[in-house]
Design a protein around this ligand. Structure first.
Ligand SMILES: [Zn+2]
Length: 383
């Protein structure tokens, strides 16, 4: 079993990449998933030598190459030079992977409202770029091409390269005083931008009927006349036009992943699954069986608190895509795992299941005692 850990560039640079490399070696880890292009963040950094908090808007931690078109990553304002290159140059014994955030980018969304997800009521959701939009597709493909061209990375891992929707993690002080439930949140985020509409219309779908059904049902959930806990699968079974509209997105995303695969060249491509919950990846437009033709593996962040919950999540997703390896992410800290014994138990169960690789979330965010648990768990797994 291989072990990796997610990390932010500021934590690596402020502690010193060589010191972190030594620390990782002590933890039994030889792979770093480095945030290269990232959404806005307010991070708590319990063992960073220079700070306890870090805030950044959606930023790249590299200087973008020449591949980009209309949409281009915005380098972090506090960065001089190129942090990705700097870190890569200083890490010798640690393999480096690009942890790459795609459509969740409120900075680009605010600057370019025409490329964001658009609700059935016509509102722009600034935190999410729509992957049906050709400019967004060019942006995502250029991101992968830029990462692949750097030669630093053993893998390129994709987060929210899909119809990401929902709350945008709430950093913008989101206020919603109505119970939307899983169905309501899904309907709120279902995109009716010009590109989603024309793709569906070309496929013979009555787009206006789909949009009206989604808008009316959403309003009915808010009014309390449709239950907020109604399962989206059951609801779609009764609403064929919307079901067809949702299915078309999976084809669009599969076509995009063919492009991403070609842009990554010989660098293995992984996609983070499990959102909005394991087994419901269709809600972000991802048909795991179809996408597995274009990716080398999936990684499931299973930030659960028990062996049973982690293994349930793992088996649910593995059954949807048995043809590519499924890696697992764990959170050995608050609010998921609270002690060493539980982490050891989970790692042992994943090893027994034949899981090839586990990534821990995340080097700079975890208190030092959590790092001690990782040391114990990786030791056990190598016995
Ligand atoms: Zn759209």
């Amino acid at each position: 079993m291989e072990f990796a850990i997610w990390a932010y560039p500021w934590d690596l640079l402020e502690e010193g990449p060589d010191r972190v490399a030594t620390q990782l070696s002590n933890l039994g880890i030889d792979e770093l998933n480095l945030a290269t292009n990232y959404h806005s963040v307010q991070a708590f950094s319990p063992h960073n030598p220079e700070r306890r908090t870090f805030f950044a808007r959606a930023s790249s931690y590299f200087q973008p190459g020449s591949e980009f078109g209309r949409l281009e990553p915005v380098p972090y304002e506090g960065m001089t030079g190129d942090w990705v290159d700097e870190i890569a140059a200083q890490l010798s014994d640690v393999r480096l992977n690009s942890w790459t955030v795609g459509c969740h980018n409120s900075r680009l969304g605010m600057r370019n409202p025409d490329v964001t997800l658009t609700t059935a009521h016509g509102d722009d959701l600034v935190f999410g770029l729509c992957p049906s939009n050709p400019d967004v597709q060019d942006y995502l493909t250029a991101l992968v091409r830029d990462m692949a061209a750097r030669d630093h990375f053993d893998r390129i891992e994709l987060e929210t390269f899909d119809y990401f929707y929902g709350t945008g993690f709430g950093w913008h002080h989101q206020k919603i005083h109505a119970q939307l439930g899983t169905l309501g949140e899904f309907l709120l985020g279902l995109c009716f931008c010009d590109h989603c509409r024309s793709t569906a219309s070309d496929a013979g779908i009555d787009v206006e009927q789909a949009r009206k059904t989604v808008a009316d049902t959403f309003d009915s959930i808010v009014a309390g006349t449709v239950p907020a806990d109604l399962s989206p699968e059951l609801w779609l079974r009764e609403h064929d036009t919307v079901a067809d509209y949702v299915d078309i997105r999976e084809e669009t995303l599969a076509d995009l992943y063919a492009e991403l695969s070609s842009a990554s060249g010989s660098t293995p491509l992984g996609y983070y699954v499990g959102a909005p919950e394991p087994g419901r990846e269709w809600m972000v437009g991802a048909d795991l069986e179809r996408l597995s033709e274009h990716v080398d593996y999936y990684c499931l962040p299973a930030y659960e608190s028990s062996r049973e919950a982690v293994m349930n999540a793992y088996r649910t997703v593995d059954a949807l895509a048995p043809d590519v390896p499924l890696h697992v992410g764990l959170l050995p800290g608050h609010p998921a795992i609270h002690d060493e014994a539980t982490l050891v138990e989970i790692i042992d169960a994943l090893r027994a299941e034949g899981v090839p690789r586990v990534s821990f979330y995340n080097y700079g965010l975890l208190p030092e005692r959590s790092l001690d648990w990782i040391r114990a768990a990786t030791d056990t797994a190598t016995l």
